[in-house]
Ligand binder design. Structure first.
Ligand SMILES: Cc1cc2nc3c(=O)[nH]c(=O)nc-3n(C[C@H](O)[C@H](O)[C@H](O)COP(=O)(O)O)c2cc1C
Length: 230
């Protein structure tokens, strides 16, 4: 089987949010899609280790925020490379509580859908939650962020817990560098001196060793000590 065929599937990028008791949580997914029209239903595939999974199982509701191309790496890093058991993901983001009581991320969102779970399909590592859409709203204008744009234009990575993780992701996607490149052991981002980190005003040519001590991974926020020479 040529697993490269799976890589040609197209996706968007979303934040799926839910809650358990007082705890609000959310995570990045690319696996969100409409499953039927009448009634409108929507499905998401969530890793069983994730706090978001625990929240959806407990509350039986979830929201899906459709992200725009303007979404920054900080959003992806917070919601896609950190666990809500370690941080409060909502602290620095705009959100509201929906009619299902699920939180809804609004920062750089174009639209959202709220759903009540009607099926949970056990997929081994993940659960596929299918929900009845009970509310939906367009909240912004712009181009929806796609999985392809995230990888090709933003240089993003997909972590192991994602439903579509490919074992070679960190090696085959995103920027590559010479031997002086350093790889983030948390998310797989590669710092390439030839590219620098333009979003942080690090110009091409700056060696990893010369990055400021407080420089952090642009994808997941990990400190310099988490990087290894490639
Ligand atoms: C581009 C991208 C796509 C992802 N897609 C999924 C997905 O479809 N399903 C999933 O369970 N995790 C996916 N993840 C990983 C979760 O967002 C990540 O494991 C998150 O830290 C879980 O947070 P939590 O423990 O707070 O719920 C994806 C991450 C990224 C960056």
């Amino acid at each position: 089987m040529d697993r490269n065929a799976l890589k040609s599937l197209s996706y968007g990028l979303y934040i799926v949010s839910s809650y358990k008791g007082d705890k609000l949580n959310g995570q990045i997914v690319n696996t969100a899609f409409q499953t039927t029209s009448r009634p409108p239903t929507i499905a998401v595939s969530i890793n069983k280790d994730n706090l978001t999974h625990e929240c959806i199982v407990a509350s039986k509701v979830f929201s899906v925020s459709v992200l725009s191309e303007k979404t920054g790496m900080k959003t992806i890093g917070t919601f896609g490379f950190n666990c809500g058991r370690d941080i409060d993901k909502f602290k620095e983001f705009e959100y509201r509580i929906g009619i299902t009581k699920a939180p809804i991320v609004l920062t750089t969102a174009l639209a959202f859908i709220e759903a009540e779970v009607i099926h949970r399909v056990d997929l081994g590592t993940h659960s596929l939650f299918v929900g009845n859409a009970v509310a939906a709203e367009v909240v912004g204008q712009g181009t929806p962020l796609t999985y392809d744009y995230y990888h090709r234009t933003m240089g993003g990575k997909t972590p192991e817990k994602a439903a579509t993780f490919s074992g070679s992701d960190a090696k085959t996607e995103g920027p590559h560098g010479p031997s002086s490149s350093y790889v983030c052991t948390v998310c797989g981002y590669v710092y390439n001196p030839a590219t620098g980190d333009p979003r942080r005003n690090i110009t091409p040519g700056v060696a990893f060793a010369d990055l400021p001590q407080d420089w952090t991974c642009p994808v997941c926020g990990a400190g310099k000590e988490n990087f290894e020479k490639q």
